[in-house]
Design a protein around this ligand. Structure first.
Ligand SMILES: [Zn+2]
Length: 233
């Protein structure tokens, strides 16, 4: 399969579903991580231009840990609004990959960039296949499965499926550690130690699933997708 994870900011996929992406990669699937926004607001030290450049490199370094291809959306933070420009961007991302499975933010998320990313991706999964939507990329050839990843700290998220990430929790943390510019920012802004945060949430989801470490997901149900088989690893 081709598996595409789309997060709003560079570090969302790392925090919320990188263990599963690492698992897909390990199993030999083609993996792609799209960072829809450029993360250009998360610093008290750098200018937006400097920060976007730094975070693009960090995103590349993170995806590289599992051999995933990174796709840079380039929208400014706070500008992933649901409009035609952002919709066209999301459609192009879908068309570039033509994925079998897409993972993005949950409709129950509480950050506007995350919520808008979810809405844009949801729309794009269908629109990308329409030949009469013109863009530089060929229309996608299938309607991908669409899954939603956990929210930060699991707030307002009721899991439907779990993935055992016991064998990839360290890889997940290794990916997050590539987001060097964010480690200090998260600490200063939210008093959050990112690796500790990731381990604690994975441990909690692991308790729910009766394994040491897990990630949690829900599925967007859509006709005409087959609903009788498990798609996640
Ligand atoms: Zn985010």
């Amino acid at each position: 399969m081709k598996v595409l994870a789309i997060g709003a900011h560079p570090d969302d996929v790392e925090i919320l579903c990188a263990g599963t992406m690492a698992k897909f990669a390990k199993e030999g699937h083609e993996t792609y991580i799209c960072y829809l926004c450029n993360g250009d607001k998360g610093s008290a030290v750098h200018t937006s231009e400097e920060l976007a450049k730094i975070r693009r490199q960090e995103a590349y370094n993170s995806a590289k840990v599992i051999g995933a291809k990174s796709i840079w959306g380039g929208l400014a933070d706070g500008e992933a609004v649901v409009d035609v420009k952002s919709r066209a961007k999301a459609i192009d991302v879908l068309r570039q990959v033509d994925p079998d499975l897409v993972i993005t933010h949950s409709p129950g998320d509480y950050h506007s960039d995350h919520l808008n990313t979810r809405q844009l991706v949801f729309e794009a999964t269908y629109l990308a296949s329409l030949k009469l939507w013109e863009s530089d990329y060929e229309p996608s050839t299938k309607l991908p499965f669409l899954y939603y990843m956990d929210t930060l700290a699991g707030i307002n998220f009721e899991p439907q499926e779990y993935v055992d990430i016991t064998d990839t929790i360290d890889t997940k943390i290794e990916m997050m550690l590539k987001m060097e510019s964010q480690l200090g920012w998260l600490k200063d802004m939210h008093d959050c130690d990112a690796p500790e945060f990731i381990r604690a949430v994975a441990k909690f989801r692991g308790f729910q699933a009766a394994v040491p470490y897990a990630e949690a997901f829900t599925q967007q149900k859509m006709y005409p997708q087959g609903m009788t088989k498990r798609v996640l690893p």
